[in-house]
Design a protein around this ligand. Structure first.
Ligand code: PMP
Length: 456
């Protein structure tokens, strides 16, 4: 039996009556009405009113290979008929999950050879918290429990994920962080660098980790967790001095390094992982999103040999896992997604063509009267909207310029996201040069309209 069709108005009414959305102010949503996205192809979305929209965010940073790839649908269909579900507990596994673990180990940094599967990025970071503590218990150092994260970092929305992250509004609503998680400042030079040069500030921000380790006591610190480039925090690209200094500090104190690759993983920086872009040697890499290009929910933690060997050689049972760890259909889609990324050389395309082109085009927006800074790496980009470019003075009420610009973008057929007054983008990796032209031309138009409405 096919589902009855509904008009947009009917869908909106049902939505309002029954659907609680993630990260949403429902009073506001009720008055504005939900935008119903109906279909998509390549880098474009169509809403239920027929408007075509260029998806400058790849969904939520996840549709790396673009929309409408039939091969992924076929892989899911085939696997559903063969084995729609079985667990990986009790000495069992299924072929797609085994093959996907091996395929991920092949593209991961050389010292990372194991994968623990989850259902999302948040779950991956719950696994991270459990795993780093388990590791130190096995090492006979059970006091090493504290994980150091960063203010304005994002690691998901579960209790552990939101605690590891450093989003103040999330902490306020949930009595978070939970005990044993502390935070250091972020390497956000444009917003917080003051009079320091970018390089000085990068060192300063990294050295906050050393200070925190000393404050908490070396014997109590389990791990440091960070995104290679903060995504949800506003595409914050760290100064060049930041990661080398962090590496020095984690090596010196021998704490575990957790690099959250949920956004940067699977090609976004022009390397398979952000860790390769910054030449990092993580012990754990939480992944999700681009792992299946968002076609089905799936996440995981890529585990380096230091932790994996300890868990395998010295561990008993790790009392942790999910019903959907290694879900066969999600894994089959993940495998097909990886095949496409590899055979179509999409990561190479990002590195050699798409990223240099996008970065050079958005750099041209720096001359706009609203834009205080343009930055980006790979297919990640950010524009800081300011009232005064010379003094970096912002608009009085934070977020108003960003929200206004975002709404104008949608009206002009473009999805960009606003983080406060920072406009961010993360298009599908397959975006063509002509589509990048369209993206950047539309942004300029929208900036003009935003400036006009703000009276700048
Ligand atoms: N880590 C990072 C770096 C993320 O960007 C996100 C999601 N935006 C998550 C974790 C959480 O992933 P999910 O929403 O799949 O739980």
């Amino acid at each position: 039996m096919s589902q009855p069709t509904h008009t947009t108005a009917e869908l909106r009414a049902l939505d309002h009556a029954h659907y609680l959305h993630p990260f949403t102010d429902h009073k506001d949503l009720g008055s504005r009405g939900t935008r119903i996205i109906e279909r998509a192809e390549g880098v474009y979305l169509w809403d239920s009113e027929g408007q075509k929209i260029l998806d400058g965010m790849a969904g939520l940073w996840c549709v790396n290979i673009g929309y409408g790839r039939r091969e992924l649908a076929d892989a899911a269909y085939k696997q559903m008929l063969e084995l729609p579900y079985y667990n990986s507990f009790f000495q069992c596994a299924n072929p797609p999950a085994v093959k996907l673990a091996a395929a991920i180990a092949e593209i991961a940094p050389a010292h990372m050879n194991h994968v623990f599967f989850t259902g999302s990025g948040s779950e991956s970071n719950d696994t991270v918290l459990r795993m780093v503590r388990r590791y130190w218990d096995l090492k006979g150092k059970p006091t090493r429990k504290t994980v150091i994260g960063r203010i304005n970092g994002y690691h998901g929305s579960t209790v552990a994920g939101a605690s590891l992250g450093g989003m103040a509004p999330m902490h306020e609503q949930g009595d978070l962080p939970i005990p044993g998680i502390v935070h250091i400042p972020q390497p956000y030079w444009y917003g917080e660098g003051g009079d320091m040069s970018e390089e000085e500030f990068g060192l300063w921000a990294a050295r906050q980790l050393e200070e925190k380790i000393q404050q908490v006591g070396e014997e109590n610190v389990a791990a440091f967790i960070a995104e290679p480039i903060q995504g949800a925090g506003g595409v914050i690209v760290p100064p060049s001095t930041y990661w080398p200094e962090i590496k020095r500090i984690v090596d010196k104190y021998q704490i575990l390094l957790v690099v959250d690759e949920v956004i940067c993983g699977f090609g976004r920086t022009g390397e398979w992982f952000g860790s390769q872009y910054y030449d990092l040697k993580p012990d754990l890499m939480p992944i999700a999103k681009g792992m299946t290009s968002g076609y089905l929910p799936m996440g995981g933690v890529i585990v380096g040999d230091r932790v994996a060997r300890t868990m395998i050689d010295e561990g008993g049972e790790f009392f942790h896992g999910y019903t959907y760890s290694g879900h066969p259909v999600a894994a089959a889609v993940g495998l097909e997604n990886l095949r496409i990324l590899r055979e179509e050389k999409i990561v190479e395309y990002v590195k050699q063509e798409a990223a240099p082109y996008l970065q050079s085009k958005i750099a041209e927006l720096a001359d706009h009267r609203l834009v205080g800074e343009v930055r980006g790496v790979g297919l990640l980009g950010a524009l800081e909207l300011v009232k005064n470019k010379a003094t970096r003075v912002r608009f009085v009420e934070k977020g108003t310029a960003g929200t206004l610009c975002r709404d104008i973008c949608v009206r002009n057929g473009l999805v960009m996201r606003a983080v406060g007054d920072t406009m961010i983008m993360s298009p599908p990796l397959v975006i063509r040069p002509s589509e990048i032209d369209e993206l950047v031309n539309t942004i300029r138009q929208c900036l003009d309209q935003t400036a006009e409405q703000l009276g700048v």
